[in-house]
Design a protein. Structure first.
Ligand SMILES: [Zn+2]
Ligand SMILES: [Zn+2]
Length: 252
């Protein structure tokens, strides 16, 4: 069995190796935050374009440095905005009954990433005033930013309103557990604090106890980005329910 890591909990005055989940938060708040940050990202792109066309003049920096600064700021705002958007999608997922909205909601980050860099890349490539070196470096920087920003904006673990509801119904009143870098949440976990043991006296073998472990509701697990139920735990704990998202690859 994996070695237990004991973490002193300051607030509860008990020794626990499992932390409680943070409150889920408000989806609308996250969406508003995402939109504000995306607008700031687009403002940075517009500033870069204005600079390119000589509409603004920054005297204390050369054009290339200035372009790179705007590209980096554009990327930072994009990435933070996309993380907030993904979080909102996990708290309040779109319904699969509306395929257009479902697609749009889950791909919004990627769409914004394209909007944040593609116009600038095109205008850089077609620009005739820049010297070759400045142009090449700026295009490469913007293209790399597009790739990083796009990859960071994709939700690799999307969930629909229906899948979330199915999980909530099947796991109502049940504590679930997850690790910071895991993709799934587990139920087959020994939790001494909660007085919860497992039938075989062992943790789920796919749970890495050496990582810090979080305990919460299924809603909190999904909000934390763990959108799938561990299929080992599902089988061992006989969790029934149509449409629960699991990591079982054999399922459609
Ligand atoms: Zn498991
Ligand atoms: Zn069990």
């Amino acid at each position: 069995m994996a070695e237990r890591k004991k973490i002193e909990s300051a607030s509860e005055n008990t020794v626990s190796n499992i932390q409680n989940a943070k409150p889920v938060g408000n989806a609308t708040g996250y969406r508003v935050g995402a939109i504000i940050l995306w607008v700031l990202a687009l403002v940075c792109e517009v500033l870069a374009i204005l600079l390119l066309f000589g509409k603004i003049n920054i005297t204390f920096m050369n054009t290339l440095v200035c372009l790179i600064v705007f590209i980096v700021l554009d990327l930072i705002f994009l990435i933070i905005g996309s993380q907030l958007w993904k979080k909102a999608n996990h708290i309040k997922p779109a319904s699969k009954k509306n395929p257009t909205k479902f697609w749009l909601w889950n791909n919004m980050g990627l769409i914004v990433a394209v909007l944040c860099f593609c116009p600038l890349i095109i205008l850089l490539l077609t620009n005739k005033d820049l010297d070759k070196k400045t142009k090449t470096i700026a295009v490469v920087a913007a293209a790399v930013a597009l790739l990083i920003g796009g990859a960071a904006s994709i939700d690799y673990n999307p969930i629909s309103a229906e899948e979330k509801e199915a999980a909530q119904v099947a796991l109502e009143g049940t504590a679930v557990y997850w690790t910071p870098y895991g993709k799934v949440y587990h139920t087959h976990v020994i939790d001494e604090v909660m007085g919860h043991t497992t039938e075989d006296g062992k943790d789920c073998p796919y749970l890495n106890r050496s990582d810090s472990l979080t305990r919460g509701t299924v809603e909190e697990a999904i909000a934390a980005g763990k959108t799938k139920l561990c299929s080992y735990c599902q089988r061992h704990d006989h969790i029934e329910g149509e449409g629960i998202k699991t990591d079982d690859v054999s399922e459609p």
